[in-house]
Ligand binder design. Structure first.
Ligand code: SF4
Length: 481
């Protein structure tokens, strides 16, 4: 099959020439993240749903045979087809595009690009511009261009009716404004591929959205790249201009920000920094102490009555209860029913946290989720508010009073834990090692088609993962107390 320029590759090349080169010549080095798996799955489901708005539409398949898809599209158009087209394929020079939805209008076509996000993003416009260029060069009169995205205000009534979930936003003028730049972009694309791989410095283009070659590129970084300095965009430019790539090579006096200095001193001296204030703050926490963590699911297409797209809905919690004699008790909840988990989650949580004592969390996530939970269980507002009022967040204390060189600029519980309790490393966990993988596991265990043995294993993995999060907090507090 010839190597075509596709719209996703043009976008890759615009973001990072190295990425485009690797995608074309070294695909085997790519590692698809759990986040992108979720995004792709949501995009496929939304694509199907959006087609329901165009009854009588014709789906052009041949996913793996683009030439066939181009041929079928041109035959349909030659025969004066007047039905909407799904996944129509067009080729101009060496650039191939597939258009999510094409709708006949009076004297032309409306092009609709479906996205699972809650709004139109800049890269959606670029995506549409590549398509527009190819379609117009293939002789298609495109009169209107829309991005169809999720309306985050949509509330699902639970009846199977998703009318109103997807809204179409007219982006014709914005996309047409990009068109004059397209020939230069395509020429740059060809140029990148005609030469050896470009040397590109890692930066914001690597993580937003996450690049599938991240792990590969990180291998070339120094042990402590200057990019680990938190919120350091301005100073990073200065460091790069001065040819400084490793934190340990930064000269004294160059950093002004307190946290940057903390990272630099600890890394250069290869010694952790611990402020005595951390111990003082932790000592004030009375017993019993409740260490709490949630797992949530974020669905682009709401599944349960009263829920909205892209809201974090809790399905699992773990809690370690520590008493004054240092004894520990573990409590947990995981909804495996596939039904709306919010009510059972709230009731089980209230029962587990009945007695007095601080509820220790890591970050503001649990507080945000509890506040949202009140909307689903207004009759439990007083009890849920009581839990919110007892929350104690460890993260700000750790951020201000602790840094270990091995944390490499991150203060997440997953970054801190190996520095205080290496035997509890998350990488030892099977299958579920982060929140996004927990979401994927939850979707699998609530899928009626899953094999029971696999389901049981995934349930065990989910329980172990969430338990590890609260156990980690216990270890962190004990280490510094
Ligand atoms: S990780 Fe960053 S530098 Fe490497 S290919 Fe991806 S975007 Fe480019």
């Amino acid at each position: 099959m010839p190597s075509y320029i596709t719209k996703s590759r043009v976008l890759s090349g615009l973001r990072c020439p190295k990425r485009l080169w690797l995608q074309t010549f070294q695909r085997g080095l790519a590692e698809e993240s759990a986040t992108s798996q979720l995004t792709i799955a949501a995009g496929i489901e939304l694509g199907k749903l959006s087609r329901l708005n165009y009854p009588g539409g014709i789906l052009i398949g041949h996913v793996a045979q683009p030439e066939q898809a181009v041929l079928e599209t041109s035959l349909l158009l030659a025969n004066k087809n007047s039905a909407p087209l799904f996944e129509a394929a067009f080729l101009h020079d060496d650039t191939l595009v597939r258009t999510d939805i094409l709708v006949p209008t009076h004297g032309g076509w409306r092009m609709v690009e479906v996205k699972s996000s809650g709004s139109v993003k800049d890269h959606h416009l670029l995506d549409c511009a590549v398509q527009l260029l190819v379609l117009e060069n293939a002789g298609m009169p495109v009169q209107e261009i829309c991005v169809a995205h999720v309306d985050t205000g949509f509330e699902y009534a639970g009846t199977g009716n998703y009318h109103g979930l997807i809204v179409e936003e007219d982006v014709t003028d914005k996309v047409r404004a990009l068109l004059p730049d397209m020939p230069a972009w395509l020429a740059a694309h060809r140029d990148i591929l005609a030469k050896p791989m470009s040397i590109v410095r890692m930066g914001s283009q690597c993580t937003n959205p996450e690049c599938q070659f991240l792990a590969h590129c990180e291998k070339d970084l120094p042990e402590y790249p200057v990019s680990i300095l938190p919120n350091a965009r301005k100073i990073l430019d200065e460091l790069h201009d001065a040819g400084i790539e490793d934190v340990r090579d930064i000269p004294a006096g160059m950093l002004q920000n307190e946290r940057h200095i903390m990272v630099w001193q600890a890394t250069k001296g290869n010694q952790p920094f611990v402020s005595p204030q951390l111990k003082q703050e932790l000592a004030k926490l009375p017993y019993p102490r409740f260490y709490l963590d949630f797992e949530t699911i974020n669905l682009a297409i709401p599944r349960w009555k009263g829920t909205r797209p892209h809201k974090q809905l809790p399905f699992q919690w773990s809690c370690h209860v520590e008493r004054a004699d240092r004894s520990l008790e573990h409590r947990e909840f995981l909804d495996t029913s596939g039904n709306a988990p919010m009510r059972a989650f709230a009731e089980s949580l209230i029962a587990a946290l009945k007695s007095d004592g601080p509820i220790i969390v890591y970050g503001i996530f649990e507080s945000t989720v509890l506040n949202q939970l009140i909307r689903f269980c207004p009759d439990l507002e007083a009890q849920l508010q009581g839990i919110i009022d007892r929350l104690v967040d460890l993260l700000p204390w750790l951020r201000s009073y602790y840094y270990h060189p091995a944390m490499k600029g991150a203060w997440s519980i997953k970054a801190v834990l190996p520095t205080v309790a290496p035997h509890l490393d998350y990488s030892q966990l099977e299958d579920v090692q982060n929140g996004t993988l927990a979401q994927l596991a939850y979707l699998e265990i609530t899928d009626p088609k899953i094999v029971p043995a696999i389901r049981n294993q995934k349930i065990r993995n989910l329980l172990k993962y969430c338990e590890r999060d609260t156990q980690a907090m216990v270890e962190v507090v004990r280490f510094f107390a």
